[in-house]
Write a protein that binds this ligand. Structure first.
Ligand SMILES: CC(C)(COP(=O)(O)OP(=O)(O)OC[C@H]1O[C@@H](n2cnc3c(N)ncnc32)[C@H](O)[C@@H]1OP(=O)(O)O)[C@@H](O)C(=O)NCCC(=O)NCCS
Length: 198
């Protein structure tokens, strides 16, 4: 997996050494209130999460760093401001440091991630994500990038192998094979692979 360069950001494959930075971001209440599994208790939990992503049959994650220093609180070195990737539930996951909110970073990174995803997993026909119904900023980002609301709205799916089959993908497009989370607060958004016939 290669790093991705966008106009303002560098997306690098996640590494265990990123755990302290991710732990700091996820510990912020305004961040973890939107993440279903909540805050991590320790940096070790962040390491465990990173290791799970690395061990998952399809999951992968990038750290996000601005190319230029944009934040006076940092010393000019490269800082991690967020992550984006495919989690172990085969859904898009992203989180950002609120210090860099509303600069369009989430939109820029998600756009680049979607291109990478369909290149890395060419058999994939769609990608979805669960988002809290009160998470207006994330819903805004998803819609700006071409995600549309889908039913059923509370879905969870865990891939068992790295190989993506045609049947599995066609089922995913119809919501078959997903297990309800029992969470009535979440909305499910889906992004069909560009170029698929209606
Ligand atoms: C939600 C989050 C990803 C947004 O990141 P970001 O870098 O600020 O996103 P962007 O700047 O690309 O776009 C945010 C958009 O939502 C808008 N927005 C910001 N706060 C908003 C709010 N409370 N209500 C509605 N829209 C809001 C912004 O104005 C912007 O839209 P615009 O470009 O049309 O003006 C970030 O705040 C975050 O990490 N939140 C916590 C974790 C999380 O929610 N993860 C996603 C779980 S699915």
């Amino acid at each position: 997996m290669k790093a991705i360069s966008t106009e303002r950001l560098v997306l690098r494959p996640i590494d265990l050494k990123d755990a302290p930075d991710l732990f700091a971001i996820r510990s912020l209440p305004e961040v973890h209130k939107h993440i279903f599994s909540g805050p991590w208790e320790s940096v070790e939990k962040a390491q465990e999460w990173i290791q799970n992503i690395k061990d998952g049959p399809r999951s992968f994650m990038y750290t996000i760093r601005p190319k230029r220093q944009l934040d006076e609180d940092h010393d000019g070195g490269e800082m991690i401001v967020g992550v984006i990737g495919l989690n172990r539930w085969d859904q898009v996951h992203f989180m950002y440091d609120p210090k860099v909110a509303s600069r369009g970073y989430a939109t820029e990174a998600l756009t680049a991630f979607l291109v990478a995803l369909f290149e890395l997993q060419p058999k994939r026909l769609s990608i979805g994500t669960l988002v809290g119904s009160d998470n207006a900023a994330s819903i805004n980002v998803l819609e700006k990038c071409g995600f549309v609301p889908d039913v059923p709205q509370t879905l969870r799916y865990e891939p068992q192998s790295a190989e993506i089959s045609e049947e599995e993908e066609l089922n995913a497009l119809q919501g078959i094979g997903y297990v309800p989370t029992g969470d009535s607060y979440s909305l499910f958004f889906i992004y069909p692979k560009p170029g698929l016939a209606e």
